[in-house]
Design a protein around this ligand. Structure first.
Ligand code: PMP
Length: 336
């Protein structure tokens, strides 16, 4: 069977990066090369972040979305691997901005920070190892799935906090996501929904889940083995500001079937409606009104087009001709 369009192609790029941040310096991308015995390559002893920067044409400015929050989680993921990162949130944010400036991107980009045990030393462990840190970015063309996805419940269970902690973005745990994703795509679906070991609904392979049912916006709690998603927290805040009741609670599989609306959200997938699950229509099978409004709001906010939440948008270029709307951004530009 021919696989359908893979939504993760949202980050497919036409060209490779020219520059990378590597252990505190910006170097030509090709200089970031690692040996065959690299620890993380064998045992998945790494962690990463997936961030985006959005081009705002009116202001001729590139805005990185919530980099400090991504790097807070990045550093926490490192702590889960007993990894002492020699870079603060501010160092890493400056690193991203420096890479984006060097690249001179004037378009939407996907940014991939990565930390891993880089010793060319075999032996399963988390001690006596040295972290390496890299960041690179590439242009991304968003392949819009505005029309919604068809998801299925995976037969793979999500890793749990006592297996590989899913609250961090640990490289090794993505084998779990990849198993679910590929089986879903090969079975003719667009995306997988995973249950945790207790049988509660968790998330997609790379995105958090929201459902709308009986007037409430509901998402699984972090303690149900989901990633502490930055987009999840953005959507919860935006939904509350729109007057919705947002509830974090365990969700049963059949509640998803009976939901009025459902959507995935994440840096890679943005806000993507789910129109069918396991061959059942969600609501009337169309993109629902709550999803539509929150999705439009999300795109305005991330691109810095909304008056609200400019504090989440970190400008890359220190342009004197750039119209700056908020005081806090003036400070941010000079700090960058
Ligand atoms: N869950 C998983 C498993 C993910 O990989 C991602 C992507 N980082 C998300 C949720 C969404 O997280 P965020 O909004 O921080 O990108």
């Amino acid at each position: 069977m021919k696989p359908r369009l893979d939504t993760q192609l949202a980050t497919k790029s036409a060209r490779m990066p020219s520059w990378a941040f590597l252990d505190g310096e910006v170097v030509p991308y090709g200089q970031a090369r690692f040996g065959l015995f690299t620890h993380a390559l064998h045992y998945g002893t790494g962690l990463f972040a997936g961030m985006r920067a959005f081009w705002n044409d009116e202001e001729r400015q590139l805005f990185v979305f919530r980099p400090e929050d991504h790097f807070r989680r990045f550093r926490e993921s490192a702590r889960l691997l007993r990894m002492d990162l020699p870079f603060s949130i501010e160092d890493l944010t400056r690193g991203v901005i420096e890479v984006l400036r060097r690249e001179g991107y004037e378009q939407d980009v996907y940014i991939r920070p990565l930390a891993f045990y880089g010793d060319e030393s075999l032996g399963v462990r988390l001690h006596d190892l040295t972290p390496r840190v890299g960041i690179a970015a590439m242009p991304s063309q968003f392949m819009d799935r505005n029309d919604g996805l068809h998801a299925c419940f995976s037969s793979w269970r999500r890793v749990s906090d006592n297996m590989i902690p899913p609250r961090g973005k640990l490289a090794g745990s993505y084998v779990n996501s990849a198993l679910a994703k590929t089986d879903a795509v090969l079975a003719g679906f667009d995306e997988a929904l995973m249950l945790n070991d207790a049988g509660h609904v968790c998330e997609g392979s790379v995105a958090n889940l929201f459902i709308v049912r009986r007037g409430e916006v509901v998402t699984p709690p972090i303690t149900d083995d989901v990633l502490e998603g930055i987009t999840r927290s953005t959507m919860m805040q935006l939904a509350r500001e729109r007057g919705h009741t947002v509830v974090e609670r365990s969700i049963d599989r059949t509640e998803v079937y009976l939901a009025d609306e459902a959507f995935f959200c994440g840096t890679g997938m943005h806000v993507t409606p789910i129109k069918r699950v396991d061959h059942r229509l969600i609501g009337d099978g169309d993109v629902g009104p709550v999803t539509r409004v929150l999705r439009d709001l999300y795109f305005d906010v991330v691109r810095g087009r909304s008056g609200a939440h400019r504090e989440w948008c970190r400008p890359v270029f220190a342009r004197s001709d750039m119209p700056v709307r908020l005081e806090s951004n003036v400070e941010r530009i000079s700090a960058a």
